[in-house]
Design a protein. Structure first.
Ligand code: SF4
Length: 226
């Protein structure tokens, strides 16, 4: 028996820093959000999902990822806040970093921008704690994400960033199990036009086809990147 799979796992109640009972959870997509949302909900922590991801390209991909997240929020009866799709600001901030590799400096700027807006919303709406689903993905550098989150929260004396490791104790496994259970849309690149470019280059170099956006769903096939 695997004690960490979705059926067998006995969820402990998570303790938020300083006993916070309200969390603004930045979400990047439904597959990453599934396990994190279920863990937080099971712990009795009142939370709202904040979807702010102007990095995602093109708009059709952005809408599809957002719609999947809304669908899961409705299923769990969790409030969903739809942030701006201010791509002009995102491209402004990324200027000069277009050739950076994934997990490089472009990603730091991208995380900074998303978490700064999350922290601002938390500050304006009385959330003492923020965190993000981004850290559960094995494709991401968790330290890089946590540093951006802490940096953004430090702008406000009443807001903290929760650096919890959502991958541990089977979190990564359950993330995939929940994604399959819910048949979430399965993106094959991180999100920005540069990650799409680089993933396609990598695939073509390996003799594979270009990404087909919008067509893969967990549980219906096994190709994916979350
Ligand atoms: S690869 Fe992902 S994290 Fe990095 S800049 Fe692009 S969308 Fe943002």
């Amino acid at each position: 028996m695997n004690p960490y799979n979705e059926q067998d796992y006995q969820r402990p109640a998570l303790e938020a820093p300083d006993g916070a009972r309200q969390l603004l959870l930045h979400s990047c997509c439904a597959p990453c959000a599934g396990e994190v949302m279920e863990a937080v909900k099971a712990s009795g922590i009142d939370f709202t999902v904040y979807f702010y991801n102007p990095n995602i390209h093109p708009r059709s991909e952005y809408e599809q990822r957002k719609d999947e997240n809304i669908r899961f929020c409705e299923a769990l009866d969790v409030p969903f806040v739809d942030g701006d799709y201010d791509t002009d600001n995102w491209f402004d901030r990324i200027q000069g970093l277009e050739q950076e590799p994934e997990r490089g400096r472009r990603c730091t700027v991208c995380f900074d921008m998303r978490f700064e807006r999350t922290a601002l919303y938390a500050h304006e709406h009385g959330f003492p704690l923020i965190s993000s689903t981004l850290g559960i993905s094995r494709w991401k550098n968790m330290q890089q994400i946590n540093q951006s989150g802490v940096r953004a929260a430090s702008r406000y004396c009443q807001v903290d960033y929760w650096t919890f490791n959502w991958r541990k104790k089977g979190g990564s496994q359950r993330m995939i199990e929940i994604a399959k259970r819910e048949a979430f849309y399965q993106q094959e690149y991180c999100g920005c036009v540069y990650s799409l470019r680089d993933t396609n280059r990598h695939r073509l170099a390996g003799g594979r086809e270009r990404i087909q956006k919008g067509v893969k769903f967990y549980g219906r096939d096994e190709i994916g990147r979350n």
